[in-house]
Write a protein of this length. Structure first.
Length: 378
């Protein structure tokens, strides 16, 4: 393994694995729920797992991004559910990266301790219905009136949106050089003029809730701007996408380990024996999982470092490519071995494939840029 785990990471991994077994794996209703299991979320808060990567001074466990990857792998593998893990990951990433990195002292003191214990849940609001998240197409705007900003617009596809108490809303606050400039605002769910849309119904990531918000003349104090005015997209939104991809690799590794466990269970149940060819196929899948784990650890460590790593885009693209390759090999193995899939395998694999394909369009744009950079060197 390229990076040896630290003692605190191993402890967090064991803590998360124990929690996942006790509260999540024992639930056979999660894939069929149309609402979020508040009892699981509350228990996560009580055990400080919602503050796993926040400083101790704010009630967190003091972990870093590598800690999130390590714990996330255990959460999926031992909890047998991607949806809960996606909600957890989003909550941690927004709390640590956006608020922890860009919030001022007052904002950190106001929000981080409540986020760490689960008293409030946060969601980042970038995407818009019919427009996606491209900066050229976003229409949510904010204009200043005295010591307040007035926000108008609609956001959609918000992970944890239906259960969020706090939103970090990305809104246009002006133009510069013909381009929109974006600012991030803290907007509480009880702000006058903010309303939540109906939860979105997906056939994946259950029971993770997704939804939208409508902002109609929402008055937000200037003090609720997060980070530097006019630079939210460049400094916060774009790197947050890369961070999500890096941290998500931990969930994918845990998911692939769980897929193999289900596979072995079905093989035993159906009396399927392993040929030498099938053993080689298993070895190929094992090598892919181990490689993605190394990439996941390294990617998280890059974000923990203060040095900007130019190889990060290549690492993320490679992780995505290998994850797809694993799924191709997994499907081929099932066909070769003549395994009859059960509901558990179908539901879990469906979630995992959607997790891998998230952000595919942006990833292809980045891959094209890498190709163009290679051509420049010829």
């Amino acid at each position: 393994m390229a990076k040896a785990l630290r003692g605190n990471d191993i402890s967090l991994q064991k803590k998360m694995a124990s929690f996942a077994k006790r509260y999540i794996a024992c639930r056979d209703d999660l894939y069929y729920m149309d609402y979020f299991p508040d009892d699981i979320w509350s228990s996560m808060g009580k055990e400080n797992l919602l503050g796993l990567s926040l400083p101790v001074e704010y009630g967190g466990l003091g972990g870093d991004y590598l800690s999130i990857v390590v714990a996330g792998e255990a959460l999926v593998r031992q909890g047998h559910n991607m949806g809960i893990a996606m909600s957890w990951l989003t909550h941690l990433a927004v709390s640590r990266f956006l608020i922890g990195s860009y919030g001022d002292n007052r904002q950190k003191n106001t929000y981080l301790s409540r986020l760490a214990c689960g008293r409030i849940t946060v969601s980042i609001a970038v995407s818009e219905p019919g427009r996606g998240a491209h900066p050229k197409h976003l229409e949510t705007s904010a204009y200043r009136r005295g010591e307040f900003y007035i926000l108008n617009g609609e956001k959609s596809y918000l992970t944890n949106g239906p259960i969020a108490d706090l939103f970090i809303v990305i809104a246009s606050t002006g133009f510069e050089g013909g381009r929109k400039r974006y600012t991030a605002f803290f907007v509480s769910q009880d702000t006058v003029g903010l309303s939540k849309t109906e939860p979105m119904k997906f056939d994946f990531f259950k029971p993770s809730p997704h939804g939208g918000i409508i902002l109609s003349n929402c008055s937000v104090p200037v003090t609720e701007i997060l980070g530097e005015e006019g630079f939210a997209y460049e400094k916060m939104v774009k790197p947050f996408r890369d961070l999500e991809d890096a941290l998500k690799m931990g969930l994918l590794v845990g998911g692939m380990e769980r897929q193999v466990e289900i596979l072995f269970h079905l093989m035993g149940k159906q009396g399927i024996s392993l040929t030498n060819e099938l053993k080689e196929d298993l070895g190929r899948m094992r090598s892919i999982i181990d490689t993605i784990r190394i990439l996941a650890y390294e990617g998280a460590s890059m974000f923990d470092s203060t040095v900007k790593e130019p190889e990060l885009p290549s690492l993320l693209i490679s992780g995505r490519s290998l994850s797809k390759k694993f799924q191709d090999n997994f499907r081929l193995f099932i066909k070769k071995a003549g395994i009859d899939e059960d509901t558990d395998m179908h539901l879990f694999t469906n979630d995992l494939v959607h997790g891998i394909n998230m952000g595919e369009k942006i990833a292809r744009i980045k891959q094209k840029k890498l190709g163009e950079s290679l051509l420049k060197g010829i």
